[in-house]
Design a protein around this ligand. Structure first.
Ligand SMILES: Cc1ncc(COP(=O)(O)O)c(C=O)c1O
Length: 453
């Protein structure tokens, strides 16, 4: 025991000296929580305290910790064929690309990378090259929505319309435009406006007209804005955006990095809306349930056709050393097999309604402005009062999150996103969470909010 405590102390010091943490404000007195082991939706820290991970790591640990069959798939692949580049080919990547196409319910060809950011970067390059090879060299601009996050690399960050993620890193890449999100609670089109979401869709049409459709390459969006505050538009929103994109020959790029692979109660988030067949779908996170890094950019065959044409520089001149690593692809295949065999997506859909309605009871509190959610993705927007809708302070958000942690539940918030509006609590437990796990999440959040709001 003494040895373990000393070891932990040493590690904390080394951590302070050498490890740079994501999104972290350095604090001399406080070290970030260090996990030692995980089991299902739970993990233990160095003090031996148990926590339920109510945000699935970074929304990725969809099947929870400790799935031996996934580890086994990685192990077997690593000893069989440890590495092979996708300038050539290997079986796990071939099988995974076919599996992705099957689940997208269309004909898609997939380019593999290592992360969601890279998947989006890849999509932007494909879209520009596609238009160029289709005789529309001038189509280079991308439209995304305010509050959206699309990644940390420069292209993906330029599509990210969250001011606090960009301060001190701008100027961004030229050619990225931003439009209002579908957000009826704080509609940019005025209080109590009907059909606010559809107005947000029509706004995209207007921007394309103002810019000149001959200059616009694509619209990138998440079916449900996740990190930007869990915004859940009406189903018609995406259908309408898809029609607008078609009308202007603008590619619809759907970022399924968070919403893909069951998070929203469908295999892909866009499947909630009728008549939507994206031109490009980007994925990561739930593709491997976070067991190994992998990103994917699936391209509709209509677009891929243009890359089959002969001619110097008509092929996609893009390479990633580790993208589509055989072990990552083997892990993704096993992950999808489990999703299928255990009917995880259906289960999420079935359990989400009761979870959401239990959380919805919190709207009785004056400080709970809105409860939003789909599948296993929930947002609770906290305000000073229902009338003013003034966002609660960062300190208050910290207090709520801290109180949940005290009770053994980790939840998140939309931190460092929109200046002054980091007031949405985010809950996204692993998709494999048991009914008892979900009950624990609901009861903990409720007891904390009833006490502090
Ligand atoms: C919607 C969305 N797209 C893209 C990304 C970037 O993914 P990664 O962190 O794997 O680069 C994220 C990450 O949180 C995300 O939430």
């Amino acid at each position: 025991m003494v040895k373990m405590e000393t070891e932990t102390k040493d590690l904390v010091q080394m951590d302070k000296d050498h490890l740079w943490h994501a999104m972290h404000r350095y604090n001399e007195k406080d070290a970030p929580m260090m996990a030692t082991e995980g089991f299902g939706s739970w993990f233990t820290d160095t003090k031996g305290d148990k926590y339920l991970d109510g945000v699935s790591g970074l929304w990725c640990l969809n099947l929870g910790h400790g799935r031996k069959e996934i580890a086994q798939a990685a192990y077997e692949q690593m000893i069989h064929l440890s590495y092979f580049p996708l300038t050539l080919s290997h079986k796990p990547a071939i099988e995974l690309s076919a599996k992705i196409s099957e689940h997208l319910k269309g004909s898609y060809t997939t380019f593999f990378t290592n992360s969601g950011s890279e998947a989006n970067e890849t999509a932007f390059k494909i879209a520009r090259q596609y238009h160029s090879q289709n005789g529309n060299q001038g189509k280079y601009k991308f439209i995304s929505r305010y509050r959206a996050y699309h990644g940390n690399t420069f292209g993906a960050l330029s599509a990210t319309a969250q001011a606090n993620r960009r301060v001190k890193y701008d100027p961004a890449v030229p050619g990225f435009l931003h439009v209002p999100p579908p957000y009826s609670y704080r509609s940019p089109f005025g209080e109590n406006v009907e059909n606010s979401d559809l107005l947000a869709a029509e706004y995209i049409d207007q921007v394309i007209n103002f810019e000149g459709s001959e200059t616009v390459a694509g619209v990138i969006l998440e079916p449900f804005i996740s990190g930007g505050g869990v915004l859940i538009p009406s189903k018609e929103y995406l259908t309408r955006v898809s029609e607008i994109c078609k009308k202007h020959d603008v590619l619809l790029i759907v970022d399924e990095v968070v919403s893909g692979f069951g998070r929203t109660g469908k295999m892909f988030g866009f499947m909630h809306s009728k008549g939507v067949q994206p031109d490009i779908v980007t994925m990561a996170k739930g593709l491997t349930s976070g067991y190994l890094p992998l990103g994917a950019t699936a391209v509709n065959s209509r677009i891929y056709e243009k890359f089959k044409e002969n001619g110097n520089l008509n092929h996609f001149r893009h390479v990633s050393t580790y993208g589509g690593h055989p072990a990552s692809c083997a892990v993704a295949l096993k992950n999808i097999e489990i999703l299928e065999n255990e009917k995880i997506v259906q289960r999420v859909s079935e359990l989400s309604e009761s979870t959401l309605s239990a959380l919805f009871e919190l709207t009785a509190l004056d400080k709970v402005g809105e409860v939003r959610g789909v599948g296993f993705l929930y947002g609770i927007e906290l305000v000073e009062g229902k009338k003013t809708k003034t966002p609660v302070s960062d300190e208050f958000m910290g207090k709520i999150i801290g109180a949940c942690k005290e009770k053994g539940l980790i939840i998140g918030r939309n931190g460092d996103t929109v200046p002054g509006y980091g007031n949405v609590l985010i809950i996204a437990p692993p998709l494999s969470s048991t009914v008892e796990d979900l009950r624990f999440v609901i009861e903990t959040v409720k007891s904390v909010l009833y006490e502090l709001c």
